[in-house]
Design a protein around this ligand. Structure first.
Ligand code: XMP
Length: 512
């Protein structure tokens, strides 16, 4: 067991972000239930404890409290937000409901840098989110930083190695937040920096083996980043006990199925079952033009096809999934934390519950950029690890209105041209998404001496960091000219190419 930083989880939605920041400092950490006995933490070689934030008030009847003995373990403790209030409450200070709830940006003035703020500027913008605050210091503590609203925004007891901060160092909006955490880990706890992506892989491989034993794992491979990295990791752990199912729904891009077969089947030697269900999908989608209806049909058909393929594979106990932390952040409690459940995560259409499958989710605690690093370390090619997002319903929501094989073929060919040019120019990896949309509108043109009457293709190329907002990408005119020229010349059935110059909001990234 490597030496460990324990993050006690009091139900904050940011607990996993704290763990992520610790990983960024290359230190090993584990998230524990808030009530974990101090004796267990000692047994596990814990060299420092971080108390997370939480939604409760320390005085509430249902407030989660830690084992008081953690303060007598002789290891440093850092309390964040609710965590510092707990320190006040347990160690003889006083916490009161604050009249002004502090939410959002605040200004921290550091009076005494000490170990926690070593090397940092004296004035920092920090991010707050709290209702209660410390009003009296516990004995042995002194204030080292203040905000407008809080004379005890940062406190320390250097003798015991106890530190508390009222704001959130783990969020991106707090300047030098990760440096504060690093200072605590290295300067106060003396933790070793020996936790890397390679260690994560080794640790996860061992955990998968322990969970699965001799059982069989089925994974629905889409070819996207998450399911690809999950497949590669599971394969490394359990080899032939993993079966991947790739469903060709007829709504894939050009060459996609071939690529997946070559990469995973032939290169990685994964037991890959490709199910060609394209005819079934197209039949069920016939004459359906309403976007949500299309999505429902595609989702339900996928589940039916996947379920049928499971039956043909034989007895299976486990379903592998490439779930990432942002997928669960609002949905379930990690390591049994008491965070209120906001929404239920949609597993593959409720399959695990109905088929009594146990989930194996090796990426469940990672963020996207960490998953990409794991993918690279596992030897997945750049075009998989850095692939642009592609919606589950695929080209089904990029053919406007009703879907036919002919329209799909036109879209696929146009999209392949765009993809080639984006790759060749290097813009593919610079933008968030670049794709074609099929518009079922015929317009007049001339080709040679002939009058034509053909469809329209829209190019949608956007920049974004999280898909919540997006701006249309300002591609060079000569590149646009080349793409448009190639599509109208090479793709039969297209007479006109337009470029979408709408931002999100008000437009969405996809057209449907
Ligand atoms: P919008 O169009 O809402 O898209 O701006 C935001 C991001 O989500 C992707 N997207 C989907 N992904 N199923 C998915 O798995 C869907 O039905 C779906 N609709 C949109 C979209 O490609 C973009 O990255």
């Amino acid at each position: 067991m490597p030496q460990t930083i324990a993050v006690l989880d009091f139900g904050s939605q940011l607990t996993q972000v704290i763990a992520r920041r610790i990983r960024e400092c290359q230190v090993f950490s584990k998230i524990y239930h808030y009530s974990t006995p101090a004796a267990k933490l000692r047994e596990e070689g814990v060299v420092g404890i971080i108390l997370s934030g939480g939604p409760q008030s320390v005085y509430a009847k249902t407030a989660p409290h830690p084992d008081a003995a953690i303060f007598a373990l002789g290891v440093p403790v850092l309390g964040i937000c609710y965590g510092v209030q707990l320190m006040g409450h347990f160690l003889g200070g006083h916490v009161a409901h604050s009249k002004a709830r502090e939410y959002g940006h605040g200004h921290l003035a550091i009076q005494k840098p000490g170990k926690l703020f070593a090397g940092l500027p004296r004035k920092l913008r920090v991010w707050n989110s709290h209702g209660d605050k410390l009003t009296k210091l516990p004995p042995g503590f002194r204030a080292i930083g203040t905000t407008d609203n809080s004379p005890f925004a940062a406190i320390e007891d250097t003798k015991r190695g106890f530190y508390g901060i009222q704001f959130h160092p783990e969020v991106f909006h707090t300047e030098h937040g990760v440096d504060m955490i690093r200072n605590f880990l290295l300067g106060v706890c003396g933790a070793q920096q020996d936790w890397t992506t390679k260690d994560f892989i080794a640790h996860t491989v061992a955990a998968i083996r322990a969970q699965v034993g001799k059982g069989r794992v089925i994974l629905g491979l889409s070819g996207g980043v998450d399911s690809s990295v999950a497949a590669a990791l599971l394969h490394k752990a359990i080899g032939k006990q993993l079966t991947c199912v790739f469903v060709d729904n007829g709504l894939l891009r050009k060459g996609e199925r071939d690529y997946v077969e070559k990469l995973y089947g032939r290169h990685f030697h994964i037991d890959l079952r490709v199910v060609d269900a394209s005819k079934l999908f197209l039949r069920r989608l016939k004459d359906v033009s309403e976007p949500e209806q299309k999505r429902k049909i595609i989702g339900a058909t996928f589940v039916a096809v996947f379920e049928k393929s499971l039956k043909s594979i034989g007895h299976t106990e486990f379903l592998g999934q490439g779930t990432l932390y942002p997928d669960v952040i609002e949905s379930v409690s990690i390591a049994g934390n008491p965070a209120s459940l906001i929404k239920t995560h949609h597993n593959v259409g409720g399959l695990p519950a109905r088929m009594k499958l146990k989930l194996v989710e090796p990426l469940r605690e990672l963020f996207k950029d960490e998953v990409r690093r794991v993918g690279e370390a596992l030897g997945l090619p750049r075009e998989v690890v850095w692939r642009q997002p592609f919606p589950g319903p695929g080209l089904g929501v990029r053919v406007m209105g009703d879907i036919t094989a002919e329209k799909l073929e036109i879209l696929r060919n146009a999209d392949a041209v765009l993809h080639e040019e984006m790759m060749a120019s290097g813009f593919y990896y610079k933008v968030w998404q670049s794709f074609c949309v099929f518009l079922p509108v015929k317009t007049v043109g001339v080709f040679g001496d002939e009058r034509t009457y053909d469809y329209v293709i829209a190019l949608r190329v956007v920049e974004s960091t999280d898909a919540m907002t997006a701006d249309w990408a300002k591609l060079p005119h000569d590149l646009l000219q080349k793409i448009s020229g190639r599509i109208t010349n090479e793709v039969r059935g297209v007479g006109r190419v337009v470029f979408d110059i709408s931002s999100k909001p008000p437009a969405t990234i996809e057209w449907e």
